[in-house]
Design a protein around this ligand. Structure first.
Ligand SMILES: [Zn+2]
Length: 539
């Protein structure tokens, strides 16, 4: 990822930094008596992967029932019975990775009462924007008779004044997470708030264990930098404590989450976070917002009606004029804007807001970014590059490319618009800087699986080939991600002076077919000169 020296044979590391990159002879000449020499054996060595959009709360979910790939009442009931037996004391039995079509019809609490009536259970959709719960769980969480929610968040109500069991968006299912005892880890993404009430040392220890579990998982997949896109000061405090304890396995950037109902003065909290956390390992400086939801629950903001739902395009979570004011204030403070936009309507409103901020304050290199961009209109494509907006996109999210089924797309995106869906190469060619991510735990964090998805994806009906080249994909997982996070002078390339953040793949990437990338594995991950993951059997 160094244009001046795109290939080399050896790297020397000292004091947490890269000190030399060159031929074996050049680098071995620097060897001292205490040097440790690792023979990469012809495997590919890259800058450590940058996860540009993930969530540390994934560390909580590694402990839950995993339902990815599970379909049908019988399989679901068996999975829960086994999980319940192994967790006799859990206040809520939580499941992750659920397909919206898991039962072939919309999931209701009546379905889930048949799965398990006597213990509270909750199932979270793979995209994390919907949770379904059984009657007992709704009752204990105080949701069975409904609850007032801010716009966009909904306890779906059925006949008879009782909840159907479907909970849409983060605030609607926050009471379930509270019941499960894990809501502290989600309060950043659900409410942009700090944990309510006193947090004991024991609570902090539990939460740090969640963070550590997430980091170990990411280190095993070669990541040395993470952007955790939920976030609040509490998360940054935990990370700073872990840094002091020598427990960080990645550099982590955490934004402030600004909600539409907040006052502009709440941005003081974002500025304070940016000022207080500016180290090489723990950093802030970004404001995250949501402009819409997701296509599956038809909460993504579209420029035209959803198929089969005349008049429905979903609503923006920020009223556009208000959003322009918010962007202008964030930009004026010198902070980075990062906005979740799935639908093409959300992308447009967001570009408008970022453009308004630049016009008001002057265009500076703040590297505002849009997350996801699952659909975009042709007219908006060149605006990203022109405004220097990073396209922070997720190769695993494209239906059919990895774990998300293609069948679901038909119902939510008209087929004639598939040519505008999940564009990567087109956005890059139009000048938008690309950063790749998984949005873990929404999808598998594996960059090697993500690479495979990006390089083997079959074009949609009538769409262009959206596969970037191998080097462009690697760039989006390393230097591109570092740049998007304002960390390019620290990490993302193998250049003397930069941090010793590296990943050694399990083999020679370029001698393999992209179809096999997911089988390569990670031999070694090194962050700041320290080995954070070593494959069993790799010396
Ligand atoms: Zn996300």
């Amino acid at each position: 990822m160094d244009p001046a020296r795109p290939r080399a044979e050896a790297v020397a590391l000292a004091g947490g930094r890269i000190v030399a990159v060159g031929t074996d002879a050049e680098v071995m000449a620097l060897r001292g008596p205490a040097s440790r020499v690792i023979d990469a054996g012809g495997r590919t060595l890259l800058p450590g992967f940058v996860e540009s959009h993930m969530h540390l709360f994934g560390g909580v979910e590694l402990q839950h029932l995993q339902l990815t790939g599970v379909h049908g009442m019988e399989a679901l009931t068996k999975a829960f019975a086994d999980f319940a037996a192994r967790h006799p004391d859990a206040a809520v039995l939580m499941a992750e990775g659920v397909d919206y079509g898991i039962l072939g019809h919309p999931v209701s609490r009546a379905d889930l009462d048949r799965v398990m009536p006597h213990r509270p259970i909750a199932l979270r959709a793979m995209d994390h924007h919907t949770v379904w719960a059984n009657t007992l769980c709704l009752e204990r969480a105080g949701l069975l008779h409904g609850a007032a929610m801010p716009a966009g968040h909904e306890v779906v109500m059925g006949a008879g004044g009782l909840a159907t069991g479907e909970l849409r968006e983060f605030e609607a299912f926050d009471p379930i997470l509270a019941l499960a005892g894990v809501s502290r880890m989600y309060v950043g993404i659900s409410r942009g708030a700090e944990p309510a009430g006193p947090v004991t040392a024991a609570d902090r220890a539990v939460d740090k264990a969640h963070v550590e579990r997430a980091m170990r998982h990411c280190a095993a997949h070669g990541f040395t930098t993470l952007v955790s896109m939920d976030g609040n000061r509490y998360t940054l405090d935990l990370l700073a404590e872990m840094e002091a304890e020598g427990r960080l396995l990645q550099r982590v950037k955490v934004p402030f989450h600004f909600k539409p109902e907040m006052d502009l003065c709440e941005l003081d909290r974002a500025s304070a976070m940016a000022a207080d956390f500016r180290g090489d390992w723990v950093r802030s400086g970004t404001v995250k917002m949501f402009m819409d939801g997701v296509v599956d629950s038809r909460t993504a903001l579209m420029t035209e009606d959803y198929p089969g739902v005349p008049g429905h395009r979903a609503d923006p979570l920020f009223e556009p004029e208000w959003f322009r004011q918010v962007c202008t204030e964030i930009d004026r403070r010198g902070l980075q804007i990062a906005v979740h936009c799935v639908g093409d309507g959300a992308v447009r409103v967001t570009i408008d807001g970022i453009e308004a901020a630049g016009r008001a304050n002057g265009f500076r290199d703040l590297r505002h970014r849009i997350e996801h961009i699952e659909l975009i209109t042709r007219a908006d494509i060149p605006r990203l590059g022109a405004l220097g907006i990073t396209a922070s996109v997720q190769p695993p999210h494209a239906p059919g490319a990895m774990d998300f089924p293609l069948e679901a797309m038909e119902k939510v995106i008209p087929r004639r618009r598939w040519k505008d869906a999940y564009l990567w190469r087109t956005l890059a060619e139009a000048g938008a800087p690309l950063a790749f991510a998984s949005d873990w735990p929404i999808t598998d964090v594996s960059a090697l699986r993500g690479l495979k998805a990006a390089l083997t994806r079959v074009p949609y009906d009538g769409a262009a080939d959206e596969r970037p080249g191998l080097m462009d994909c690697l760039h989006a997982y390393t230097a591109g991600g570092a740049r998007a996070a304002h960390l390019e002078s620290l990490t993302g390339r193998l250049v003397p002076g930069l941090a010793a953040d590296l990943v050694l793949l399990g083999g020679d990437l370029e001698s393999r077919d992209a179809q096999d990338f997911d089988r390569l594995g990670i031999a070694l991950t090194i962050a700041g000169g320290r080995i954070t993951h070593q494959a069993p059997g790799f010396a």
